[in-house]
Design a protein around this ligand. Structure first.
Ligand code: UD1
Length: 423
């Protein structure tokens, strides 16, 4: 296993380019590989472990995937393989995306039930509910989800769950509905920018989806979908992470390739905390003219503050001049990073789904451990702001969602080394 050794206290300065969105490319690659009947080409695809894991799942189903210069060439499945096995699915929850498309295309699917993970229980009841509305018979036994349907038929449904809309269920059911007979209406659909990017990709393949970007999606079923060429939107969470990194190092960083609309809620909160954001057509310049101010943050589905930026903003607020609060409403157990930040001198107290953060004047380097993707990212960010050396272990979590994070940050002034355990 590898770890990152961060020599903190350096100021970030320069330009950093944002990659394609992980959460957009995963369902788009699934759609291309299972629903399409000819080759698709995806541009702006980040080189991430999650993309490799998903490619292995899709290749196991008979697709053929080649990567060349940041683009994926996806030749769709060509045989009746309908099983996504435990060994691959357990590595990445997004493998559940193959469930709906397999039923739509082959009439059956057997997908390992994705496990829980470090950010709390993550059920799939809404995925199952949506597919059942389309006429699939779904059964969970011996750790697998079995779904089958001679044909899927469009239906009206409400997919809102107790924690709001589900990104995954919306994507899964929308993909299945593209090839169903008649029309499907999904109310309570997730509106995240990566869901819209998936819908635009499906339409480019020949699907007929209306209401893109809203909470009601209307999908008129079509007989077949063809391959197409698509440029994946940029990664709002990677952008947000680097914006926070600039702010906590008192840096001056131009984050290139992100739009203000994509990252509105995060921008609003950063501004409230005293970070200066100067937007232009291609990105944003991030500077911090004075002391960081305490704020209150509540996570919510898009257009609210994203749960995937909760850890990073917590890192920033550890250095604010007063007491901040964060209320986590999406993944309610997602606070493991708080204890690691406290190891670095932060003062964070947890009360259920709320974190109370008393700002401190400095953080100190320490050995810490990444417990999930974004929890890992905040430790890198905090390590750059801290005095002395921070060692972040279990960085395979970080590599799932950030391409060469240390190279990118070193190019704008960070001092981070990747070493093998034991070095
Ligand atoms: C996606 C993102 C993840 C992000 C999350 C919320 C990908 C690959 N991952 O995850 O990074 O943190 O959206 O923005 O895009 N829920 C149910 N039943 C279900 C499904 C979900 O109750 O069947 C609940 C979840 O437990 C959670 C909430 O709904 O509390 C939102 O989850 P969901 O949007 O489905 O998250 P993912 O699609 O797994």
């Amino acid at each position: 296993m590898q770890k990152l050794i961060i020599n903190g206290g350096t100021r970030l300065e320069g330009k950093i380019q944002i990659n394609g969105s992980k959460n957009a490319v995963l369902p788009i690659a699934v759609a291309a590989a299972i629903l399409g009947d000819s080759v698709s080409v995806l541009h702006n695809v980040p080189n991430l472990t999650d993309v490799k894991t998903l490619s292995a799942v899709l290749e196991g189903l008979g697709a053929s995937i080649t990567r060349k210069n940041g683009s994926l060439y996806i030749e769709p499945i060509n045989r009746m393989e309908y099983e996504a096995p435990y060994d691959l699915v357990r590595q990445m929850r997004a493998s559940i995306y193959v469930l709906g498309p397999l039923v739509a295309k082959l009439g059956r699917a057997k997908v390992s039930f994705p496990g829980g993970c470090a950010i709390g229980p993550r059920p799939v009841d809404l995925h199952i509910k949506g597919l059942e509305h389309l006429g699939a018979e779904v059964e969970v036994k011996k750790g697998y989800i079995y779904a089958q349907a001679e044909r899927l038929v469009g239906a009206e449904m409400d997919l809102l769950g107790q924690h709001g809309p589900s990104v995954g269920a919306t994507a899964n059911v929308m993909m299945a509905a593209t090839l169903a007979e008649e029309t499907t209406v999904i109310r309570g659909a997730a509106c995240e920018p990566h869901i819209s990017d998936l819908a635009r990709f499906l339409n480019a393949m020949g699907a007929d989806i209306e209401g893109i970007g809203t909470s009601t999606l209307t999908i008129h079923g079509v007989k077949q979908l063809h391959g197409t060429e698509h440029t994946v939107i940029s990664d709002d969470i990677e952008a947000g992470t680097f914006m926070v990194a600039s702010a906590v190092t008192n840096g001056d960083v131009y984050v290139e390739g992100v739009t203000a609309e994509q990252i509105h809620a995060v921008s609003e909160k950063l501004t409230e905390a005293g970070v200066q954001l100067d937007w232009d057509d291609t990105g944003v310049r991030v500077t911090t003219p004075g002391q960081l101010k305490p704020i209150d943050v509540t996570t919510a589905p898009f257009p609210g503050f994203p749960t995937d930026m909760q850890a990073q903003i917590m890192g920033l607020l550890t250095l604010a001049s007063g007491t901040s609060t964060i209320t986590e409403n999406v993944h309610t157990d997602r606070f493991i990073h708080a204890a690691e930040l406290n190891r670095m001198g932060a003062d964070i107290r947890l009360e259920g789904r709320k974190a109370i953060i008393n700002g401190v004047s400095f953080l100190s380097g320490a050995p810490v451990m990444a417990s999930d993707l974004r929890a890992g990212a905040v430790l890198v960010v905090a390590g750059m702001a801290a005095a002395g050396e921070t060692t972040v272990s279990r960085i395979y979590h970080i590599d799932r969602g950030y391409e060469a994070i240390e190279k990118k940050l070193n190019s704008i002034g960070a001092d981070i080394r990747r070493v093998n355990d034991g070095e």
